[in-house]
Design a protein around this ligand. Structure first.
Ligand code: ATP
Ligand code: MN
Ligand code: MN
Length: 299
């Protein structure tokens, strides 16, 4: 005898039980995106974003009245935090807990807390001292056009590949691109920082007309800053699939390398149009992200 058939939607989307206060509050006036709209977005992309936001320390850009009001970049937990959000002690700085989530309810709890951007560490709670990803943040100075940012991303990819790493690319949702390499946790933060600093410095010394590796704003005109400083203990970078608190409700969006081109700018994909993109894609461009992780080889 066969079991009764159950009717199941093709792609079951989980639901969160977290109650939103003021669901109609407008977070992005220009794009018409509300708090509830953001919660719906995160519910739809939960399966994709989870590997990048679950069980790691998170910094949050909070915007209680939306992107046009006052904003707070918050690295620590606060009183009255939604109870689906976990407090975690940094083993090196106990007593001032950091923020973490372990479920969709936690993610919607972040929306309830008006977190319009989610910025994880590059290491997980399982191994705080050994990062499981590298993020190279490409920051264009004034006068740098999009094709040159793409060219820089491809050069970073080549250099990471030469070092034995896999490289993935995402829009920042702002002005640039982020090249991200998954790591098997092995090298420590100081080792990973030294590796990325060396790579940035090599690009700047090989092609000084195009790249700089130091933060000084004055030196950046017409050049791209290879910002390697996301790769140190306690530093963060915006998560893949996180919304940005900027006009248009852009999202930091994983792309495949061959999608890079003039049609897709750094803020092309948004809370409003990304779910349709994901539904229409034959394969997730970052499908192999975790499987491609290798340990950073130390010299
Ligand atoms: P863009 O493409 O516009 O550069 P981005 O996300 O790369 O977008 P950056 O200005 O380069 O933005 O910021 C890099 C990272 O610095 C952010 O992703 C974030 O994790 C971190 N950051 C941002 N604001 C703060 C802040 N107020 N304090 C500390 N770190 C911050
Ligand atoms: Mn940047
Ligand atoms: Mn930067």
């Amino acid at each position: 005898e066969s079991a009764p058939e159950t009717v199941k939607p093709a792609k079951a989307v989980p639901r969160s039980k977290v109650k939103l206060t003021h669901p109609d509050r407008i977070y992005w006036p220009d794009a018409g995106v509300t708090k509830e709209g953001l919660a719906d977005y995160y519910t739809q992309v939960w399966r994709r974003i989870a590997p990048f936001v679950v069980n790691r320390p998170l910094a949050l850009l909070r915007c209680p009245t939306g992107i046009t009001g006052q904003t707070f970049f918050q690295k620590h937990a606060w009183k009255g935090l939604n109870n689906n959000i976990r407090l975690v002690d940094d083993p090196k700085e106990p007593g001032d807990p950091l923020i973490s989530i372990d479920s969709l309810d936690g993610l919607i709890g972040l929306v309830q807390s008006a977190a319009l951007e989610i910025h994880p560490w590059g290491s997980s709670l399982e191994d705080w001292e050994r990062p499981d990803m590298i993020t190279i943040d490409l920051d264009p100075g004034v006068g740098v056009d999009w094709p040159r940012i793409i060219e820089a991303a491809k050069e970073v990819r080549q250099r990471l590949t030469d070092a034995g790493l896999a490289a993935f690319v995402k829009t920042s949702g702002g002005k640039g691109l982020h090249v991200v390499a998954p790591l098997k946790p092995h090298a420590t933060w100081p080792e990973v920082k030294a590796f990325t600093k060396g790579m940035a410095a090599a690009m700047a010394s090989d092609t000084p007309a195009k790249y700089v590796a130091t933060m000084a704003k004055a030196k950046r005109k017409g050049k791209i800053l290879i910002d390697y400083l996301r790769n140190q203990r306690g530093a963060t970078a915006v998560a893949a699939y996180s919304s940005r608190a900027r006009a248009g409700a852009a999202v930091s969006t994983p792309l495949s390398w061959d999608e890079l081109g003039p049609e897709i700018g750094p803020a092309h994909f948004t809370v409003s149009n990304l779910p349709a993109r994901l539904d229409g894609l034959a394969a997730d461009p970052w499908e192999d992200f975790r499987a491609a992780a290798v340990p950073l080889k130390l010299k």
